[in-house]
Design a protein around this ligand. Sequence first.
Ligand SMILES: [Fe+2]
Length: 311
Amino acid sequence: MKTFPLTPRFGRVIASIDGEVLRDVPAAVVLDGLRTGAVLLRGFGCQTVKAVEELTDRLGCKYIVHGMGGRDIRSDDRTVQVVQNRHALCLGLHFERRYFPGCPDLCCFAYGKAAPFDGDTLLADGAGMLRSMRPTTVSFLLAKRALHTDTQGRERWSGAFGTDDVEKAGRILTEMVAREPRAEIAFRFHGDKLTYSYLTPSIRTSAFNPAEETFHANIIRSVWDYRHDLNDYFKGEFEHPQMFMEDGSDVPEDIFCELYHLAYDGAYAHRWQEGDVLLVDNSRVMHGRHGPRIGELITRFGVLPSSGQSS
Ligand SMILES: [Fe+2]
């Protein structure tokens, strides 16, 4: 196998050149690649749920569920989802579930079944964004944490917690909160609805590279999917999380525009080939999509034991 940069600024490709299969790639090589934000494994012929599962297990990641059950078309033994997003032409760049204390450290996407045409997956490096930000923007983000609020019905929080029992979900959420010392969260169940507010820093260190500081907030996500595609798909019933700054104010327009341009102007667009596996450090690199998803993408989210997060 050989390795080379995925983009000039972040990410690494590990390519099979002598017929190696996924099991031949040492976990240490993959984890070293993840210190650059993302790893593309190409040519290893990984197209099954089981192979993806074995890979993420070898990386030491503990599986967590997606929490958006409406998108899953198959779930072998409830450990991974196979997702087809026919409903959404595009998904705005985002960190997976950054609005929620169960935010995964790793996103693993494997292209199982190709389609005649398919959208590109976009990646944007939060560490690179942070390096290019105006100093005043960095100061602003350090001074005011991001505040997310949401109300979720049972069908949504049960996916995130892996249970539909209110008391059990409350205990799991309490554990999650206790393990994120830099965040604050207030929540309550009223009937089977969960309302929470989650206050979290917008700049943190990468889970896979503690030496790397990175932007890590879903400030720009709302542009496409929260307001349009997902609400179309869920027939207007999707109660999306809202994001404000710590004091309840909106994100200032100039900062929003700066972050939007830094993310999209520097984004890498991945054109899928069958068998590709894309591993993304979700504490550092945003993902999104440009174009429809027609083929099958096997998705698995994981947390590192060191992050102390609970499933
Ligand atoms: Fe996502």
